[in-house]
Design a protein around this ligand. Structure first.
Ligand code: SF4
Length: 167
């Protein structure tokens, strides 16, 4: 599996990914509680397309995951760089015939000063984060054997994780 996806792993590394690993989608942990972290505590909740309640809820995410068998999990060290990297890699995969590919980025969409929600001018540049869709990122990353610093320590680089559902 890794051999076939090597080109895309390299592309993600070129785009700043620190850790990249192909995983089976059945190791992705879906947990409906993640939306509570968004709804109560995040000032971005409901304010852009990549966040709940616009992002798919856990039940829908679970059904979507069942359509795939393999994925690429990757980390970047800045919240801003994960979504562009994921979308560029998704575009490369699509161009190579992986027509089902779906990207999950890092953090909320911050492209516009004021989000226009229903009239997004650049929806092709928006991707939800895993946690916005009910994925337990920490459990998923740990199941993959990759590092994640929870809670983040000031002297350690951030590990912000994105995901591509490939098949
Ligand atoms: S691109 Fe702009 S309008 Fe679209 S989701 Fe992001 S912030 Fe909102």
């Amino acid at each position: 599996m890794t051999d076939q996806l090597h080109k895309y792993i390299s592309l993600l590394k070129q785009k700043g990914a620190v850790h990249v690993k192909t995983i089976d989608t059945d190791t992705i942990v879906v947990a409906p509680w993640t939306i509570m972290k968004c709804r109560y505590g995040c000032p971005r909740y409901g304010k852009n397309r990549s966040c709940p309640p616009f992002a798919p809820a856990a039940e829908e995410t679970q059904k979507i995951l069942q359509c795939y068998s393999r994925a690429i999990l990757f980390s970047v060290s800045s919240m801003d760089s994960g979504t562009p990297a994921a979308l560029e890699c998704a575009s490369a995969l699509t161009n190579d015939g992986f027509y089902k590919v779906i990207a999950f980025g890092t953090g909320p969409c911050t492209l516009c000063k004021e989000c226009s929600l229903a009239n997004c001018p650049q929806p092709h540049r928006v991707a939800p984060s895993m946690e916005a869709c009910g994925i337990d990122v920490v459990a998923t990353v740990r199941a993959a054997g990759l590092p994640i610093n929870i809670p983040p320590k000031p002297d350690e680089p951030l590990n912000c994780y994105g995901l591509l559902l490939v098949d």
